[in-house]
Every structure is written in C-alpha cells, then in structure tokens.
Ligand binder design. Structure first.
Ligand SMILES: [Zn+2]
Length: 164
C-alpha cells in the first residue's frame, strides 16, 4: 500500500480509542501488515540505495534518490494531512501523528533492515512483512492509484460510522 493509505488507517484506529493510546498505536502498527495483505499497486522506488528489494547499497546522491525523496516525502506528508483532517478528534495531535507514524513505519524499517540485515527484531519483522504482503500485485499505475483512492475512501466511510 502507499503510505497515505496506511497513515489514514492508523489515524482512524487511534481516533477510535483516544483513551487507550498504547493500544491504539500498537494496533496502528499492526494494521500495516493487515492492509498489506490486500492485493494492491505500489509505486516504483527508483534509487537502489533505498530500495528494499535491492538492499544494502551505499547511499548515492543522484536524481533517482531525489525523485524518491519527493515522492515518498509527498506520500508521507499527504498521509499525515489526510489522517489528521479526517480523524483528529482526541484533542491530542501527537496521538494522531503517532498513530499515522506507527502505521507507516514498517515500510521504513524495511530500508533499515537492508542496512542491518542480521539485527534480530528487524530480520524477523522483514521476514513476516514479506510473508504477509499480498503476492498478487497490480501493475497498472492509473487503475492501481484509483484503487488505493477507493480503499482510502472506504476506510474513511467505514471508520466514520464508528468514530465520533
Ligand atoms: Zn508494507
């Protein structure tokens, strides 16, 4: 899933249980893996130095890394924003952001894993992430992106019925 989708789900989860922040943040983290089981499209990562599928390459500052930084940065920023706009209800902005971050962070841990592949929790987490991730992938970017928009809309619609 793109990070926007994960962030919106994370924000919805912590908003559903504002008085149980630890549980909410834990479930937001877990939601990443649940969402990844749904077959989906992901945008390509151009820079080998941050692509978990390549792994372990030295960071090289080039146009690919710049392109990734813009796209991933935009994805993260939009995720924080949309989750906040739709689900901030607790009076605690940090909780909303923590839920969003917890739901997005497994994908960043994949990159950290490529640097420290034998570090115990990362290695197990990476194996689990790969195992649970949908094997069926959608390759067509336009319909793939629209499909994620539909998933985000469905999450917002369903979550709004239960929250507030
Ligand atoms: Zn993932």
């Amino acid at each position: 899933m793109i990070l926007v989708t994960h962030a919106v789900v994370g924000a919805a989860i912590v908003a559903a249980m504002p008085n149980h922040p630890v549980l909410g943040i834990t479930l937001a983290f877990a939601s990443h893996f649940a969402m990844d089981t749904i077959p989906h499209w992901d945008y390509k990562i151009y820079s080998d130095s941050i692509n978990p599928k390549v792994g372990g390459k030295k960071i090289s500052l080039n146009k690919y890394l710049a392109l990734d930084a813009v796209r991933i940065g935009g994805d993260v920023a939009l995720g924080f924003l949309l989750g906040y706009l739709f689900f901030f209800n607790s009076g605690k902005p940090w909780l909303c952001f923590a839920g969003e971050l917890a739901a997005m962070i497994p994908d960043f841990l994949q990159v950290v894993y490529t640097r420290f592949p034998t570090f115990p929790p990362l290695a197990q987490l990476q194996r689990f992430h790969k195992w649970i991730h949908a094997k069926k992938r959608l390759y067509e970017p336009v319909s793939g992106a629209l499909y994620q928009v539909a998933i985000i809309a469905a999450v917002i619609f369903i979550a709004k019925k239960f929250i507030n």
